[in-house]
Write a protein that binds this ligand. Structure first.
Ligand code: ASP
Length: 331
């Protein structure tokens, strides 16, 4: 029986201990632990890696602490447009959605694209129509509203910039009290959250040695014109191949696309015959050199893990047949 392993992330970026409260740190820890455990239970009881990564990502999407599903950031127009992808390392089948709205769990829709269509990526109106046809659970706009995310948008709009969710600028600034959005009057349980952060992802190796990867995001605050990042792009934000590894990325999407980052880890293993850890570190170093801030999680078919990042921190957690659960945030 193959060694099993699962790793998850909740985004990488400027995550400084000096700016974190003990209470919030605990909240992140609990959120990561819950998401890790639901996936782990699946592979530990003989289930497959695909179900494990989907289930872990769903759990993270349901938690407003993260920039995916419920906690997704706002676009320039005050909407929540989400991207997600999933890949099966055994069949090399993949499914992805981009710019979808009002879908509770984008990763479930990505899996339906993989299993029910002959396509890899559906975007915008077509993807929303597909969601309706699949009768996937949908939620009202209010479900995605958080005061913190809306303040992020107002600040980004004032400075006319597109903001990576986990970038330093504006991330943890004090509210300036200029919120003119009528939606901010809505009573919402997420309003207590001070600094939600991060795209989410999971990778797993099950007892048959099958690998899978899944990634989900709300993208970047104040994004315009239908911007799509690396998350729904197979080979950039997500990749899985039983012969090499499964990878889920987080960071400045444009650079991860430029580097074909998720596939780059697999390609380095395949063409250079280096270990997972070497390959993953090289990819992250390459990203640093071209200016791409972020990180990734990866697993190979022996259940080895790599979780490198070139930013201040990355929300991450993992567990393997050989190692106890580990939850980490900082460098
Ligand atoms: N990679 C995501 C994007 O560019 C953002 C992130 O990972 O936080 O859309």
């Amino acid at each position: 029986m193959n060694k099993i392993a699962i790793a998850i992330h909740g985004g990488a970026g400027t995550i400084l201990k000096s700016r974190m409260t003990a209470e919030l740190e605990k909240e992140y820890g609990r959120a990561l632990e819950n998401a890790l455990q639901v996936g782990w239970q699946i592979i530990q009881s003989g289930g497959n890696s695909l179900d494990a990564v989907e289930t872990s990502v769903c759990e993270l999407e349901n938690n407003p602490l993260f920039n995916a599903g419920r906690g997704s950031v706002f676009t320039h127009d005050g909407k929540n447009e989400m991207d997600a992808s999933i890949m099966d390392g055994k069949t090399h089948n993949a499914g992805a959605v981009a710019l979808i709205q009002n879908v509770k769990n984008p990763i479930k829709l990505a899996r339906l694209v993989m299993e029910k269509t002959e396509h890899f990526l559906l975007a915008g109106d077509g993807a929303n129509e597909f969601a309706r046809e699949m009768k996937i659970e949908s939620v009202e706009d209010e479900y995605f509203f958080t005061d913190f995310r809306y303040r992020q948008l107002i600040e980004a709009q004032k400075e006319n910039r597109v903001q990576l969710d986990h970038s330093e600028k504006g991330e943890r600034r004090k509210e300036k009290g200029e919120d003119r959005n009528p939606k901010s009057k809505i009573q919402n349980p997420k309003s207590k959250i001070q600094n939600p952060i991060g795209t989410v992802g999971a990778v797993a190796c099950d007892s048959s040695g099958n690998l899978a990867a899944a990634t989900s995001t709300g993208g970047m605050t104040n994004k315009k014109f239908g911007r799509i990042g690396d998350t729904p792009i197979v080979g950039a934000g997500t990749y899985a191949d039983n012969n090499t590894c499964a990878v889920s990325c987080t960071g400045h999407g444009e650079f991860f696309m430029l580097a074909a980052a998720a596939y780059d880890v697999a390609a380095r293993m395949k063409y250079k015959s280096v270990s997972l850890i070497e390959a993953a570190n090289e990819t992250i170093e390459h990203l640093r050199l071209i200016g791409g801030e972020g990180g990734l999680i990866a697993v190979d078919n022996l259940g080895n893990l790599a979780l490198p990042f070139n930013s201040e921190g990355m929300y991450r957690a993992f567990i393997t047949s050989d190692s106890k659960m580990s939850i980490e945030i900082y460098r």
